[in-house]
Design a binder for this molecule. Sequence first.
Ligand SMILES: *Cc1c(COP(=O)(O)O)cnc(C)c1O
Length: 452
Amino acid sequence: MNHTDAGDDAGGSDGAGYSLADARARDEADTLADYRAHFSVPDGERYMDGNSLGLASDTALATLERVVDEWKDLAIRGWEAADPDWFHYGEHLGDLLAPLVGADGDEVVVANSTTVNIHTLVGTFLDTLPGTPAGPDPSADPPAVLVNDLDFPTDHYAIRAQFRQRGLDPDEQLVAVESRDGRTIDEADIEAMLANRDDVGIVFMPSVLYRSGQLLDVGRITEAAHDNGALVGFDCAHSVGAVPHDLRDAGDSGVDFAVWCSYKYLNAGPGATAGLYVHERHHGATPALAGWWGNDKSTQFEMRHTYEPAASAGAWQIGTVPMLSSAPIEGATELVRDAGIDAVREKSLALTDYLIDLVDEYLGDDFSVGTPRDHGRRGGHVAVEHPEAYRVSEALRDRDVVVDFRPPNVVRICPAPMYTRFEDVWQVVETMRDIVETDAHLDYDARGGGVT
Ligand SMILES: *Cc1c(COP(=O)(O)O)cnc(C)c1O
């Protein structure tokens, strides 16, 4: 354990130099501290769930209210007369998000949900591959999609469904890289899988694993996929807004496609419209799930029955942009853009470093950290493992600490950088220490169900 620079200047009250005063001193020194005032932090709570649902901000509510007013005042005229106009709003938000993912404006659009975007993008790229009914050589052996066995479930459900719709057997074609430790995926195992089989058509991986918080090496995986003739896509739900990306240039040739949610680190509200990225070299491909909103905007209202996909990521829109679920993205991302994604990442790492140090220092041997300690392999949250993680997380919730439990033994703690203070992290660990020292968690039933 390394506690060298902690608390030197803050008069820590114990040997290791950690104290509430030290936590407050860190907040004093935090150049992003003022952003917290924009957010509605539930009264008296330590909110550590920003990777599941980010908090409301005054800026997000302001753009939402503006669109509500436009609806009242302009009604149908809003499609053209609103500012920015609603007709191009998905593209407009794409321009705003592009710098956060390292892409050009026309490579990003806000549309659909993350799951729907996985359907349409994986489906689109399957249709370009030999061995699929719509592909260049339908009689060739069918392509595999390479995923991993720690993925968020919806990714597998969607990809399996896309195989079924092409008459292909998902049990054969969906291939999962196995985790060695149940927490992380070793990029070397992805490379080995690619080297050992010649049927992988698409590699689809998360940027950050939703449970352990491991950040995968997007550039390395992109290069490995391309070197082996496969396309590569990423599910960036757990990284966009907390971790900078370089999608267009990653691994020299750039990621082919990506998806992400707007309601986690982007703080745009429950079920907010998702984002997607398609590299410029694929613009013009025919989306698997076509709809009029993906038509070339200049001819969309000619209402022809021939679909002309837009020559941009906008082609992967399907139906009318959901204005009320998209408008908060505009105001919410204003704060992240203003802070700068690199500064946001720096604060996020400082918060998770601090959290990991406190867990090491104050929580007993029953606790361990399942998240990689190396900055290059860590996303924005920390998986704290404990054999009674479910009961500990229930006890935390009753003490106004909002975390979530992920089976079998993980308390996920997310000190989201836009609104979490070092003081909050300190209090969370103190509360955990108190719970286990008094055995308070044993008052709770062993695991139940529900949304956490
Ligand atoms: C949150 C999350 C999703 C959610 O998808 P929705 O379609 O918004 O429900 C998908 N993938 C990952 C990795 C996630 O973390």
